[in-house]
Design a binder for this molecule. Structure first.
Ligand SMILES: CSC[C@H]1O[C@H](OP(=O)(O)O)[C@H](O)[C@@H]1O
Ligand SMILES: Nc1ncnc2[nH]cnc12
Length: 290
């Protein structure tokens, strides 16, 4: 059995999940609240995958209400070693046409009202977000999407907006001027939390629209969901291809120990209740720093 365990967070158009063998639904309780739904765990080509639908069954949870902490915590508790996020994205560049997949590697975070850390009063941690995605996982995911017959753009800056409304034309122009390549509403704080949980994270974005920066055009939700219906099958094929591309042995990466030099609070000053809540996310690092 492979020592990889891929946690997949499926976004718009993907709430029905992956076609996993021996699939089992597990209700995982998180001390950070309710995850978006059950985790479905099973096998793809002999590799364990665990899936959670970001917006819940039937897409009932808006971007600002997703419990990103509970979702990441639940996938870590399920045993995931790495996280792949699948998302619908708008394009801020002419050459990233709808249907293109983008292996995002940077973020500009414009979200304003979300729980963005597992840590807090009583246990303080400052992880590095300089390189927010895992280069190994992102390359494997891009290879897999290509193997599944999709045009993949490697690298790109994702502007995370609060939503749920789409951007104004002035905002869209501003994000382009900032160097944003694609836009969405969910990758933040998800990527931050994955890093705090020491889970290598990769984001495969699927371009659904050109947002509203092109003359006279303006994205509509129906357009996004229409393109996502076409993209969903390719995203599922990409995950199956990923299972086939993973090296037989999972060599460690630095992100596996991202909390190693990030914990600021002395053991004697730790909040015991928070330490208990952090069991899955940070148990490894907290035990070592005793
Ligand atoms: C109807 S488009 C808006 C919605 O789609 C994307 O979600 P996800 O990243 O979960 O695929 C976008 O970020 C918005 O939340
Ligand atoms: N244009 C857009 N803005 C924000 N989120 C999106 N998700 C898909 N397209 C989007």
């Amino acid at each position: 059995m492979s020592d990889w365990h891929i946690g997949v967070i499926g976004g718009s158009g993907l709430h029905e999940g992956l076609a996993l063998d021996e699939a089992q639904e597990i209700a995982i309780r998180s001390p950070f609240g309710e995850p978006s739904g059950p985790v479905v765990t099973g096998l793809l080509r002999g590799v364990r995958f665990s899936f959670i639908a970001r917006h819940g069954a039937g897409h009932a949870i808006p971007p600002s209400e997703v419990n990103y902490r509970a979702n990441v915590d639940a996938l870590k508790r399920a045993g995931a070693t790495d996280l792949v996020a699948l998302s619908a994205i708008g394009s801020l560049r002419e050459d990233l046409a709808p249907g293109t997949f983008v292996a995002v590697d940077q973020f500009i975070d414009r979200t304003i009202s979300r729980e963005r850390s597992f840590f807090g009063s009583g246990i303080v941690a400052h992880v590095s977000m300089a390189d927010p995605v895992c280069p190994r996982l992102s390359a494997l995911v891009a290879d897999a999407a290509e193997a599944a017959g999709t045009v993949v753009h490697r690298g790109g800056t994702y502007v995370a907006i609060e939503g749920p409304q789409f951007s104004t034309r002035a905002e869209s122009a501003l994000y382009r001027a900032w160097g944003g390549d694609v836009i969405g509403m969910t990758a933040m704080p998800e990527a931050r939390l994955a890093r705090e949980a020491e889970l290598p994270y990769a984001l495969l974005g699927m371009v659904t629209d050109y947002d509203c920066w092109r003359d006279g055009e303006a994205v509509a939700a129906a357009e996004v969901f229409g393109v996502m219906r076409e993209n969903a099958a390719r995203a599922r094929d990409a995950m199956a291809a990923l299972a086939g591309l993973l090296p037989a042995t999972r060599e460690p990466v630095p992100i596996d120990t991202a909390l190693g030099d990030a914990l600021a609070t002395a053991p004697f000053a730790r909040d015991v209740e928070l330490a208990t809540r952090l069991q899955a996310v940070a148990g490894r690092a907290l035990r070592l720093a005793k």
